[in-house]
Design a protein around this ligand. Structure first.
Ligand SMILES: [Zn+2]
Length: 230
């Protein structure tokens, strides 16, 4: 296939971005590229960059822009990211990262990495808070679920471990992460919009319904991409 879709998914933590990214990638037959996975791979490979990333993640910090860009560029060079298409999940996180990878000219064609569309999953902060407060994660294998009753402290994962609330899923910590998102990632919506590449999607409600909304919003962007029309 000559023209594989290149899609960026934007959304607050708890917006369902990870789930929808994976589903969309499978649906379109392109790789789901999550920066979380890229970081874990870099750490596992034990490269100099991976060790620096590992130290930051161990301290619970955010990987700085220049290192994120390096990790993504390395992956892009090794795997032919652009030619193979993608659903990017977690990158870019800032306008600095977006400009470093996609370019700064109006058409974003300078670096040759122009995405077809950035989908912004729109979920109100209050709803995200409630979703994250109800999240239970298995510390052994990462299995994640949402409990109906947020007073339930732990549930069993399919392998029988106890899935619990992550220490950084307290309302205070969630509030801090949401505020950070507004400052750091919030400007990416307008940035993609200025390049004519933003599709906003209502991320509330049933995940199946949200997925269909994403597909509907994507269609005109994928139809008009140069390689399919020319
Ligand atoms: Zn488990």
């Amino acid at each position: 296939m000559a023209n594989r879709p290149r899609i960026v998914l934007l959304g607050r933590q708890g917006s369902g971005k990870g789930t929808q990214s994976a589903r969309l990638a499978a649906h379109l037959g392109v790789p789901h590229v999550s920066t979380g996975d890229l970081f874990r791979t870099a750490v596992r490979d034990g490269t100099a960059l991976g060790r620096r990333v590992g130290d930051i993640l161990d301290d619970g910090g955010l990987v700085p822009d220049d290192m994120v860009i390096e990790v993504v560029r390395e992956h892009a060079a090794r795997r032919g990211l652009d030619a193979g298409g993608y659903v990017l999940d977690g990158f870019p996180r800032t306008v600095v990262q977006a400009e470093a990878y996609f370019g700064t000219d109006a058409a974003l064609t300078q670096a040759g990495h122009r995405p077809d569309v950035a989908v912004e999953l729109d979920v109100p902060a209050e709803l995200v808070l409630a979703r994250l407060a109800a999240r239970r994660v298995c510390p052994v294998d990462g299995w994640t679920t949402t409990v109906e009753d947020p007073t339930v402290e732990a549930v069993r994962c399919p392998d029988g471990h106890l899935a619990v609330q992550r220490p950084d899923d307290t309302p205070e910590a969630i509030g801090r992460r949401l505020a950070l998102y507004e400052v750091e990632t919030g400007p990416l919506g307008p940035w993609f919009a200025a390049h004519g590449l933003l599709a906003r999607v209502d991320g509330t409600g049933d995940p199946d319904v949200v997925f269909q909304r994403i597909l509907d919003e994507l269609e005109p962007f994928l139809d008009r991409s140069p390689a399919t029309t020319g």
